[in-house]
Write a protein that binds this ligand. Structure first.
Ligand SMILES: Nc1ncnc2c1ncn2[C@@H]1O[C@H](COP(=O)(O)OP(=O)(O)OP(=O)(O)O)[C@@H](O)[C@H]1O
Ligand SMILES: [Mg+2]
Length: 285
């Protein structure tokens, strides 16, 4: 659906690239994640894809159309949620959505319904200047859905939100995907990437170092071991056994058949551990 080829961007218009030869493809209906630390070039890439930043070098193809200068049709089909809440502070929550809805030529959603979705129905009549940071973030998120976008760009959609609110946002994202929305999501949070994304790209210093599904990455980089805790003659025992070596597999079988198992875990690598292995950098640097 979206093909990005050899994209570059330099804010200084020199060889100091914030986005450096980035190529990737997003399939229709998938959640494609950009995972990387602060300053990696995630927002810059999103801003180029949404036409906020001019395209300096590279190609972007959406549904067979070359997006050199995004046109009105493209604008009508995308939704953009920003990292920083750029709303009209003097307008109320609902007025912000109503105003934004007027910018589209396509059918838009009911602002109140959207505010309800993000738990802002009660605050809808308040001026945005009285909103907390988390409320502003939810307002921007709700606003990004107003034109029922086919392609949805989400820049750090849950950062800084409390766990319950973050869960609500994640549920909305999953629900939209089920209805066929294609989603580009940027984050430095490995849990979000792991939970929501069909595929993630690791990005550091403007460069993508790999693209794969969280599951494949964990299988590829995870240790092939299982840790089992069991009770033997009244004592709690712990064994760490390979799940590929015959001898360990036989031992595991023996334990499972003869003792009371307390816990059993595979030693999966986390996305952050894999990220460090692959890029040599942590996500919070
Ligand atoms: N408006 C700007 N002018 C100049 N340099 C910029 C501008 N915006 C970003 N940069 C630089 O470009 C690089 C990439 O920034 P970008 O905002 O794309 O990173 P990011 O991955 O979104 O980071 P974060 O996780 O902090 O949001 C950084 O070195 C940043 O300092
Ligand atoms: Mg950013």
């Amino acid at each position: 659906m979206i093909q990005v080829n050899q994209l570059y961007h330099s804010y200084k218009h020199n060889k100091d690239y914030a986005v450096n030869n980035v190529s990737f493809e997003i399939q229709e209906g998938e959640i494609f994640g950009f995972l990387g630390p602060s300053g990696a070039g995630k927002s810059t890439t999103q801003n180029i894809l949404t036409g906020l930043l001019p395209m300096q070098k590279g190609t972007i193809n959406v549904n067979g159309l070359d997006i050199k200068k995004p046109n009105r049709d493209y604008f009508n089909t995308i939704g953009v949620s920003f990292e920083r809440a750029n709303v009209y502070k003097k307008l109320t929550g609902i007025q912000n959505l109503e105003f934004h809805a007027k910018m589209y030529d396509v059918e838009t959603d009911d602002p109140m319904k959207l505010l309800e979705k993000v738990d802002l129905a009660d605050a809808g009549g308040k001026k945005a200047s009285d909103f907390s940071k988390g409320m502003l973030q939810r307002l921007v998120f709700a606003r990004s859905m107003i034109n029922k976008p086919k392609i949805w760009f989400l820049d750090e959609p849950t950062s800084g939100l409390d766990p319950a609110t973050a869960s609500r946002i994640k549920a909305i994202i999953t629900e939209k995907q089920k209805k066929g929305t294609t989603i580009f999501l940027t984050t430095h949070n490995m849990y979000i990437a792991d939970e929501l994304c069909d595929r993630v790209a690791f990005i550091v210093d403007g460069k993508i170092s790999l693209i794969d599904s969280p599951r494949n990455l964990k299988i590829k980089y995870g240790e092939r071991f299982i840790t089992v805790e069991y009770i033997k003659k009244g004592n709690l025992m712990t064994e760490r056994l390979s799940i590929v070596e015959q001898k360990d597999k036989a031992k595991l079988n023996h334990i499972v058949n003869n003792y009371d198992i307390q816990t059993m875990h595979t030693n999966e690598a986390t996305l952050e551990e894999i990220f460090i292995k692959v890029t040599g950098r942590g996500l919070l640097e």
